[in-house]
Design a protein around this ligand. Structure first.
Ligand code: NI
Length: 264
């Protein structure tokens, strides 16, 4: 069901910097899938927890059970209401768990819940401050909130990545000037991805991260399937085409960059 793709990536070449294998959709297949992914070239996966509760515990569990799995933990803007005010002490404790390498997924989402904007801004800012205190990179979600996201990043200047980057070339320049990385996933294979293609063209080699956002954002031609890290080879192939590189080179750059950022 999941691994309907030829294993075209060389062994140990894929670094999926953003996945959600804690998602309930994987409950029946998680073990099989996680045992099999390395056969498809997957060398590293960072599971991004979206809360300090069940999601964090499931992600930490996967890091414990699978050598190649690492974890990021943060409270996602869409989980605001479930969590109430941020429990900074609990998040701090979770972030000190072995193999937790970043604060994320955190950020702003004005697409689904624009009405919670003030609370989102407060939650995001608190987690940016905590990341800086703990000297951890951040993994940032920005949906229809480009200006506010940039403003807070410019104020706190964390290290980290804009995941599933959806901004303009101008915004990409601002993000790069802050020293941050840009996460590119399946969206780059979509027909309407014109803005992202322009961003990929100008993106320096040392700032690209690859990601799936599994189970979401499955690349073309696998739309309709549940996304998994093996599909990164398809995303890498599209980026290779845009930049005039080999697939191997794209995978290698993204792997080196992610290892540098997450100190793995
Ligand atoms: Ni995500």
């Amino acid at each position: 069901m999941f691994l309907d793709i030829e294993p075209i990536a060389a062994p140990n070449t894929i670094f999926d910097s953003h996945a959600h294998y804690d998602d309930d959709i994987f409950d029946d297949v998680r073990e099989d899938l996680l045992q099999t992914l390395p056969k498809y070239g997957v060398a590293y996966v960072i599971n991004n927890a979206v809360d300090c509760k069940e999601s964090a515990q499931k992600c930490i569990g996967m890091s414990h059970d699978y050598d190649y799995c690492y974890t990021a933990i943060g409270v996602h803007p869409l989980n605001l209401e479930d969590n109430g005010p941020l429990d900074t002490a609990l998040l701090t404790e979770l972030l000190k768990t072995p193999k937790v390498v970043a604060v994320g997924e955190i950020g702003l989402d004005y697409h689904y819940t624009p009405e919670t904007k003030p609370q989102q801004l407060e939650l995001f800012e608190k987690q940016l401050i905590l990341a800086n205190e703990l000297k951890l990179p951040v993994i940032v979600h920005d949906r229809e909130a480009h200006a506010d996201t940039l403003e807070l990043l410019e104020k706190h200047r964390p290290t980290g990545v804009l995941h599933c980057f959806s901004g303009s070339v101008e915004m990409a320049r601002d993000v790069l000037n802050l020293g941050m990385y840009i996460g590119v996933g399946g969206v780059v294979t979509f027909k309407n991805a014109k803005k992202l293609v322009e961003v990929v063209k100008m993106l320096p080699d040392d700032r690209l991260l690859l990601e799936t956002d599994a189970p979401y954002l499955t690349p073309v031609p696998y739309r309709g399937k549940i996304c998994n890290s093996a599909y990164i080879s398809v995303t890498a192939a599209r980026i290779a085409e845009i930049k005039g590189y080999s697939i191997d080179k794209v995978l290698e750059l993204a792997l080196e960059n992610a290892k540098r950022l997450y100190k793995i």
